[in-house]
Every structure is written in C-alpha cells, then in structure tokens.
Design a binder for this molecule. Structure first.
Ligand code: PLP
Length: 364
C-alpha cells in the first residue's frame, strides 16, 4: 500500500457506502479517466469482467472469430469462450514481445478468406509494455474491426506519449493483487464510446431496466466494483508514478548486475514507449550458459523466493487445443527461455542481491 489508502477507506465507511456504489467509486472512475484520457471509465470486479463487458457490447458471439495475442494470461481471452466465439491466436514479435502486426495482417486475411467475421482484435500489453497500437489499429481500421487493448499489466506505461490502453475502441485494466497498483481485486473498462460505457455499466449491475420494481429484458452480470475497493484504488493512484519509477529501477538493477553474463538477456523496451516494468523478465540461452529457467526457478524456490516462467502461450493450452495460431515460434521460445523475477517495489537492495547471488551461482 502507498500510504493514504486507509484514509480513503475511512471516508467510504463514514459515507456508509459499503456497496458497489458510492462517492469513492465515482471518484476512482473520474481519476482513472484523467490518467488514461478516456472519456468514460467503468470500474468492475476484475479485468476479466471488463473484457467480457467490452466484447459483449461489441456483439461477439457464436460464429465470430476474435483474434488475440497468444502470449498472454487467460483472463485476456476467457470471455471470448464465455460468449461462444472462436479464437485465433497471433504470435509475438521480438521488438516488444507483443502481437506482431505483420502476423495479425495474415491472421485477418486468413479469417476473411474463410468467409468468417472478425468481431474484435485483442492485443495484450505484455508485462507492462504497450503493443504497437498504431500499426495494429491501422490493420483493424482497414477492415472495420474494433481493437480492445488488454492493458491489464501496463497501467502507468506509455505508447508514443499516450497513456497505456489509449488507441482502440476500448481498453481493459486490472487491479488484481499482483498488479502494479491494486484494489485487492478489480478492473476498469476505459473507452470514449459513451454507448459502450453506458451499456457496460448497466450490464455490470444485472441489466436492470428502468422500472421501480426489478425488471429484466436481458441477462446481465454482477460485476460492479465495490466502493471499498475503489477507495483503496484512490490511494494507489497517488503512488502510481513512484511505483513505475521503482519497477524500472529494479529492472535496471537486475540488468546492470546480470546482463553482462554469457547467455543472459532481458526483455526489450520498444523505442515507441515507456515500459512500466511490472515484472522483470530474464532470458537464458541454454546453448551458451547451460542453464534453464526451470533450474533457476527451483534454486530460487529452495531459498523461499518465488519466480515464474513466462506465460505459457494460449495456443499451447489444453483448453485452446482446437484454436489455430499464426506463427507461434517466438512466444514458444520466450516461454522456454524466460523467467519472471521478483519485482515488487518493496524489495530492498539486499533482497535483489539475494536473488542475483542465486542466479550467479546457477550460471557458475
Ligand atoms: C494480460 C492479462 N489480461 C487479463 C488479466 C485479468 O485481470 P483480472 O485478474 O483482474 O481479471 C490479467 C491479470 O490477471 C492479465 O495479466
């Protein structure tokens, strides 16, 4: 926590809004609009819910295809399955580890040549680095396909001086406990499209029709963020800039300390933006250093230090075994070679040194 979260929670208690409605919730949405530049922000229980609401508004359903990054977390694409649409995954490029625009172009052509409809494109901002929004958007616009950015991990990052998420029809952010800022669990849907925002807000509160009794003409969800969670978010927003600065310092520390060792490299930062370095990702080239990420992970675990492999690409997940992929080799290689290192902003120099010592020992 940053420091003032409890004060905001106290305000929520004093206002007696211990519910998914209240002044702190409204203020959190207003401040998130300020941060991202979106005209409308709808705060919900998690990023997965925000994506579900966006895709539902776009009419994604059976018979449609949604094209998405394969190198991502399942929350990015599970709502495509909720809605009964098909997924087509696209590989990452080596510049940003995000959706490769050239492969996206091939993917769109592939779907259209089969006479199918692409209902949305979802690029993920992996580990806090924005995808190449302009290039992806240009392909989407040519075919009138809406782009929904999965900015769950990139709060506080920028793309060409624009805040993360800005550039498509909508963007989805996550405040899960592990994210750069958190509301314990939560998410926001940002958009300039008033109709999309209004419908998402309505659907997130059980789609109640305008009547004094409870009247429903469609099925909605119970997705609205709690006013208490939003209060935590108000405190967190105040320290976002510091959090990004510290994550970037941690990345620089690891890179300076370990980057010169044979067979070791780190996740790149694309020239078009500023990475928030939510997680520092290290790569091992086994042919050079004879070390696998799994061996390092186990050595860290033996010292009670948690690390994790890079996301397992969606096209390799058993649950998506029938979904096709365009490309795939880059994300498969990153999964095989990458490890997410402890990157929490509370880490001290001594903590970082402990991690580095174990990695050096593995490499020796
Ligand atoms: C890339 C990505 N997409 C979507 C999500 C889903 O967010 P949430 O956990 O808030 O549902 C997450 C994080 O958990 C994520 O990392």
């Amino acid at each position: 926590m940053g420091g003032r979260e409890l004060e905001y929670v106290q305000d929520a208690f004093e206002a007696n809004y211990i519910a998914p409605i209240g002044p702190q919730l409204a203020e959190f949405e207003r401040r998130f609009c300020e941060l991202t530049g979106f005209a409308h922000c709808v705060a919900v229980t998690c990023g997965t819910a925000a994506m579900h609401l966006a895709l539902r508004h776009l009419g994604v359903g059976e018979g449609d295809v949604v094209i998405a990054s394969t190198l991502t977390f399942i929350g990015s694409v599970s709502s495509v399955a909720f809605l009964g649409a098909e997924l087509l995954f696209v590989d990452a490029d080596r510049t940003s580890w995000n959706m490769d625009p050239e492969l996206l172009e091939r993917a769109v052509d592939q779907v259209l040549s089969q006479g199918k409809h692409v209902a949305a494109v979802i690029p993920t901002d992996l580990y806090g680095q924005c995808a190449d929004y302009d290039r992806i958007r240009e392909i989407c616009d040519r075919h009138s396909i809406p782009m929904v950015v999965d900015a769950a991990e990139s709060v506080g990052a920028t793309y060409k001086d624009r805040p993360a998420g800005r550039g498509g029809r909508a963007a989805v952010y996550s405040f899960n406990g592990n994210k750069i800022i958190t509301t314990s669990g939560g998410g926001i849907l940002g958009t300039d499209d008033k109709e999309l925002a209004d419908q998402a807000r309505w659907l997130s509160q059980q789609a109640r029709d305008d009547a004094p009794h409870y009247e429903h003409s469609t099925i909605g969800y119970n997705y609205r963020m709690s006013n208490v969670a939003a209060s935590i978010g108000l405190g967190q927003l105040e320290v976002l800039e510091q959090r990004v600065a510290r994550r970037r310092e941690i990345f620089t520390w690891y890179e300076r300390t370990l980057g010169g060792l044979p067979g070791v490299s780190f996740a790149p930062e694309a020239a078009y933006g500023v990475h928030n370095r939510w997680l520092t990702v290290i790569l091992f080239d086994e042919a050079v250093c004879s070390v696998t990420p799994e061996a390092v992970r186990l050595a860290l675990e033996a010292a009670n230090i948690e690390s994790r492999p890079v996301w397992k690409p969606m096209h390799l997940q058993p649950v998506f075994r029938n979904a096709p992929v365009v490309g795939g080799a880059v994300s498969e290689e990153l999964f095989a070679r990458g490890l997410c290192l402890p990157s929490g902003t509370a880490m001290t120099e001594a903590d970082l040194e402990r991690v580095a010592t174990i990695i050096r020992r593995c490499l020796a």
